[in-house]
Design a protein around this ligand. Sequence first.
Ligand SMILES: NC(=O)c1ccc[n+]([C@@H]2O[C@H](COP(=O)([O-])OP(=O)(O)OC[C@H]3O[C@@H](n4cnc5c(N)ncnc54)[C@H](OP(=O)(O)O)[C@@H]3O)[C@@H](O)[C@H]2O)c1
Length: 322
Amino acid sequence: MKAIVMERVGGPAVMEYVDRPNPEPAAGQVLVQVHAAGVNFMDIGVRQGSLWQEMPLPKTLGVEGAGQVLSVGAGVTDITPGQRVAWVYAPGSYAQQVVVPAAALVPLPDEIDYRTAAAVMMQGLTASHFATDFYPVQPGDIALVHAAAGGVGLLLTQIIKLRGGRVIGRVSSANKVAFAKEAGAEQVIVDTEGAFAAEAIRLSGGEGVHVVYDGSGPKTFQGSLDALRVCGTFCWYGPVLGSPGAIEIMSLPKSIKIGYATFNHHVRTPELLRARTKQLFDWITAGQLSLKIGGEYALADAARAHTDLESRKTSGKLLLLP
Ligand SMILES: NC(=O)c1ccc[n+]([C@@H]2O[C@H](COP(=O)([O-])OP(=O)(O)OC[C@H]3O[C@@H](n4cnc5c(N)ncnc54)[C@H](OP(=O)(O)O)[C@@H]3O)[C@@H](O)[C@H]2O)c1
């Protein structure tokens, strides 16, 4: 089979399109034919060597996808060959075949196609965690959503709206404004320099926002703090784009709550994973949540997908179609 393998950490050039032996499922594992694999910023972190350092080289990139079960290992009873499934947080998904622990698989309903499934797993679970568990958005709440035309941002905006909240988006270029508005953002600020806070406060009626969702790196951190109202919540989630550094707790203003949200805490058991994913699939089937696929690439072009995601020119979800 073909796969995208890295022998060393570095830029997109370390991603090689190579032949690999077809994998075999061990006990508790399932072998899947990959129909669509999601491209995520965390893959860039793995490639650059800031994430999953404990996994030895060479590594096959990719953690998310959807496809059809080819065979199952010993002891797997609830997944059968031929079944359509999706997964997230299972390494090796930039490949034509991958083995995934059975407990990490979600069976797909007939209404959900492979592209939709691969597009919604990581970013949809992330967005739903942020808007429901980390900060349960209440009707009337005003949220500031960074990278509002990105994969997470478009889904987060829609879920906040579903919960009755209002969204002020922040994007890096004017051509992304329409995408954020289409997802439900009422106002969209264009900024790359961290100068959005005054505008966000003005648009929130002078008091600041109830919650800020910021995965955009160190440049936006101070502005996000400034944009919060008294007792607001700061949901920080961007390990790959960079940490703001050490925070002196007594420097934190306005009795705010601040935390680093991670999607997998929200789906830490197979039951939670299936229940949370079902909610996303139900919203999609009911027409309440829509996916924007911002780019589809052949597996051989995975390095170009990384370059495009890092360029800040894309919007929505990028997929590889092995
Ligand atoms: N904690 C978690 O559980 C979790 C889960 C998923 C993702 N994440 C994090 O969420 C962020 C987005 O990841 P994603 O894979 O889901 O992709 P994504 O939401 O599609 O994000 C892409 C967006 O990031 C912004 N961006 C790209 N390069 C940037 C740069 N150099 N500096 C600042 N902003 C940049 C761009 O928005 P603008 O150009 O409009 O600003 C782009 O639209 C990453 O930091 C990732 O680590 C965290």
